[in-house]
Each structure stands twice: as C-alpha cells, then as structure tokens.
Ligand binder design. Structure first.
Ligand code: ADP
Ligand code: MG
Ligand code: ZN
Length: 481
C-alpha cells in the first residue's frame, strides 16, 4: 500500500494457545470456558516454593508449528523470566523464551510473496481480567499458565489486506496440524499489529506503533487502515510518530494511545533458574516432522495441477483439513476418475454439501453423507444412470436419512430412462397433445421447446435423460432450419 508518497510496513506478533491436555508448567487442565478459578494450583498461581515442569506435549506442538512454518528448530533453547506486575499475573513474572527461542527463520507464502517469520517461542498465558462494572474488576486464573506460542513476523507485510491474508494462511496451517483452534473470538489466537510508514523507496524503517485489542481478522485490517491514515496525517503535517502501544476500539473504529515507549516496561529478562535448558533431540524433531500432514498450500497445488480444479474450487476444498480429507477420500472411491467427474465431485461438495451445512449454521461434518456415498452419487450422474436434477432429490434423501444413493434409486425406482424407444414414445405423446406449442416451434420460436421437454420430464417423473429428450423432440418435429 502506498499513498501520499509513503509506503506501509507491517509486522505481526501472533499468540496462539496450544492444544494440550494440561497447562504449560503444571498439571491443571487446559480448558476454555470452565467455571472461573476451578483449574488452578500452587504452581500456576505462583505460590512460594513450587517448581514448574515443562509440558512435553506443548513443546512438541511448538516444534510442530515451527516445522510447518519452515523454521529451524533449535536443538537447545532457553526459558526466560519476563518480570512485570499486573493483577492477571499472580507470579509477577511470565516464563517465556527470549534470546534463544525454540524456532527461528521460517516463512509463509502468500501466492508468490514470501513473508519471513523471525521466530516462534514458547511461553505461558496470564489470567483473564473481567471488568464487570465501572469500579469492579474480577480475575479468572484458569487461563494462567496456558501454553502459548508467539509467532513473530519480519516487518515485510505491506498492506492491511496482506496482514489479513497472512493471518488466514497462518491459521490454516496451525489448524491443519492440530496445533491450535486459532479462534480469535475465544482468544486462542491473538494478534498485535506493528505498523509504520516510510518515504517511498527508503530503506530505513519508520517509527512504529503497536496495535492491540483486535478480535477478528477484519478488526486487524480495519485497525491498520485507521492507523495508517492517522500516521499519514501526522507525518503530512510535519509531525512525528511516537513509538507507542495503541488500543483498537471496535465500536468507535479508532485507536487510542495506551502507553508510550518511555513508560514501557523493563522486563529484566534472565534465564529461568527453575527450568533446565530445553533440549530436543534430532530423532524427536524428525518424528515430529513426519507427523505433519500435507499442508493447505501443497493440497491446493495438487488439486489444480493434478486434478485440473480451478483455483477457486481448490481454495474452498482446502479451507479446512476435514473438507480436504473428505474430498480426497471420495475422490479415491470414484470409479471413473476423469477430470470431468472430479470436477462434478468438487461441485457436489462445495455447492451442495457445504451449502446445506452452511445454511444450517453447522460446521463441516462428514457424517451426514459419507465419502463412499458421495462418490457413488457422482458415479451414477457421471455414468448417466441418473440426471443431475434427480441427483439433487436423491441427495436430499441421503442427507436426511443417511442412506446410500443406490438404496434411494432402488426404493423409488428412480433410474434415468435412457432407452431410445421409451423416450421416443413419450415424446410422441407430448407432441400430439400440444399442437399449439408445436405450431409455435415450427414457426421458429425455439424457446417453446423447453415447454415440451418439461412436459416429457413430467410424464416420466423426471427420469428421462433430458439431452436425449431434447434431441428426440427436434428430430420428431423435423423443422427445417
Ligand atoms: P518490540 O521490541 O517493540 O516488540 P520487535 O523488534 O521485537 O519490537 O518487533 C516486534 C514486531 O514488530 C515484529 O513483528 C516486527 O516485524 C515488527 N516491527 C519492528 N519494527 C517495525 C517497524 N519499524 N515497522 C513495522 N513493524 C515493525
Ligand atoms: Mg512487541
Ligand atoms: Zn496449575
């Protein structure tokens, strides 16, 4: 983005909650939405004399995320104490990683654009403050000690739209690997957005502000747009940007200063004395690498290159791993794997199945129509056993009752009629009973052919092959062009 002679520079710091049974340094459950202060213990509330023990599963999840993002995993990393006081932090310090994080130097591809990732480090979350009334605040320590991974990008993102794209791609990768739910509304993904402007063509970075408190991708985009305009105005009037943290206000659509760098904390990081260095063996790293599924970008490429799907279809099918797995499973069961049939299968999933689930407000579920049933349905349509229209009726019944399309076809006697003599007989009947329409057709009104086709379809309860009916009617009426 570039306006008023400035270009935008954005760097994102993203925190995600890691999916684990227990917290980062104690055995309390890692649960969202429990009764406040029911999952707490002396360790996560920082009582005197307790010792933390690092959660192996969280370490594995962090390494998996790092690998999926193309990072180098440090065989040795160090936990560090970051000290500050805040009512949501009963220990008065947070265990994080500072000089030597678990993962470094990765990237995310956005089409052909490469956004580099500086580092990803492990830490623990603080509790949650709830500002109940104007003069009352409550604190819930359930979240205290939740395993967090902070993923820091290089200042290389060049517009609010690209920031949102980066977040979407990051979320998709992390979800594919089962690392986090990445739900911004529930706080399992949070994003601090750093932004500065500089004269177009300049190599030096401008003074940045850091935006907090956005709880959707849209909000990140809007907050950045607002902040870019604000900075442009300040610079345009010959002013200077103050390095500060600003809070996004969703209702007002503005940012306001929360604290400036001058008041910024001196965290006094030092290596955490209660924990040993974090060592991960090469063997372990290898086995974690092997557990990473095929990632969304690779799947999109495979769908486009190998199966000839459009970029759009490939994008919809890979939105979620479950959808993509479903498509792959059904695809493997197609008898006829022509690209035409695969395209049909993609359509039935993206338009019909996802359409119906979305309309019901439900997320993706494969139990309503199993992959083999879906492949069977597409097989019948591809082979001309049933028409697309009949397919939709059968789909409805499958969706509601969980039965196979073969069962529906047998039960309802729904096979498509492709027998020429049978179609010919019905076409004759229709022509004889509609002389007026036939006249119009003979006079050159092609549009009325549809009425005749419709009548044949009605008489055959939708079972006649429409293309054959069309051809037969034309042939029987024999109009000269
Ligand atoms: P801080 O010490 O203020 O947290 P860091 O250097 O650790 O700053 O960077 C934090 C984030 O801010 C990173 O994502 C980085 O890419 C981004 N960033 C750093 N400098 C700038 C800048 N001048 N403009 C935009 N983003 C920046
Ligand atoms: Mg920062
Ligand atoms: Zn605990």
């Amino acid at each position: 983005m570039n306006s008023g002679g400035y270009e935008t520079v954005i760097g994102l710091e993203v925190h995600v909650h890691l999916k684990t049974q227990t917290k980062m340094f104690c055995r309390c459950r890692n649960l969202f939405g429990a009764q406040p202060n029911t999952h707490v213990c002396p360790v996560c509330t920082g009582q005197p004399g307790v010792l933390p023990v690092a959660n192996g599963k969280a370490i594995e999840q962090a390494a998996r995320a790092g690998l999926a993002l193309g990072c180098r995993i440090n065989s040795e990393s160090v936990f560090a104490r970051k000290q500050y006081f805040y009512p949501d932090l009963p220990k008065n310090y947070q265990i994080s990683q500072y000089e030597r994080p678990i993962a470094e130097k990765g990237h995310i591809m956005l089409g052909d654009r490469k956004i580099n990732i500086t580092r990803a480090h492990l830490e623990e979350d603080a509790g949650k403050l709830i500002h109940a009334e104007s003069d009352v605040s409550l604190v819930d320590y359930n979240r205290t000690g939740t395993p967090l991974l902070e993923i820091v990008s290089e200042p290389e993102i060049d517009s609010p739209q690209e920031a949102a794209e980066y977040l979407k791609e990051l979320r998709q990768v992390l979800r594919y690997c089962g690392i986090s739910d990445c739900d911004m509304e529930k706080g399992s993904m949070r994003c601090d957005a750093n932004v500065s402007l500089r004269k177009k063509g300049s190599k030096e970075l401008g003074v940045k502000t850091e935006l907090k408190n956005m709880n959707s991708f849209k909000a990140v985009e809007k907050a950045l747009e607002y902040e870019i305009k604000r900075q442009e105005k300040v610079l345009g009037e010959g002013g200077r940007i103050t390095q500060e943290t600003r809070l996004w206000n969703e209702d007002k659509g503005t940012t306001r200063s929360m604290r400036s760098k001058e008041e910024a904390h001196d965290y006094r990081y030092f290596p955490e004395p209660d924990l040993p260095r974090l060592v991960i063996e090469a063997e372990k790293i290898k086995s974690i690498r092997d557990s990473i599924p095929e990632l969304p970008a690779a799947r999109r490429r495979r769908y486009i290159v190998q199966t000839g799907l459009s970029e759009y279809d490939a994008g919809v099918l890979t939105q979620e791993k479950e959808i993509s797995d479903y498509f792959d499973a059904a695809c493997g069961m197609l008898g006829d794997k022509s690209s035409e049939n695969i395209k049909k299968l993609a359509n039935w999933i993206t338009v019909e199945l996802l359409g119906k689930l979305n309309a019901e407000g439900s997320g993706f579920r494969e139990d309503v129509i199993s992959p083999p049933h879906m492949a069977e349905l597409v097989g019948y349509i591809g082979a001309g056993t049933i028409s697309g229209k009949m397919g939709k009726d059968i789909f409805e019944i499958m969706y509601n009752k969980g039965v196979s399309p073969g069962e529906v076809i047998r039960e309802k006697g729904l096979k498509q009629i492709t027998d020429g003599d049978q179609i010919s007989a019905v076409c004759r009947e229709v022509i004889e009973s509609s002389p007026d329409i036939v006249d119009k057709y003979m006079q050159g009104k092609d549009g009325v052919l549809g009425v005749l086709v419709g009548n044949v379809m009605k008489k055959t309860r939708g079972q006649a092959n429409p293309a054959m009916v069309n051809a037969k009617l034309r042939e029987l009426m024999g109009r000269r062009q």
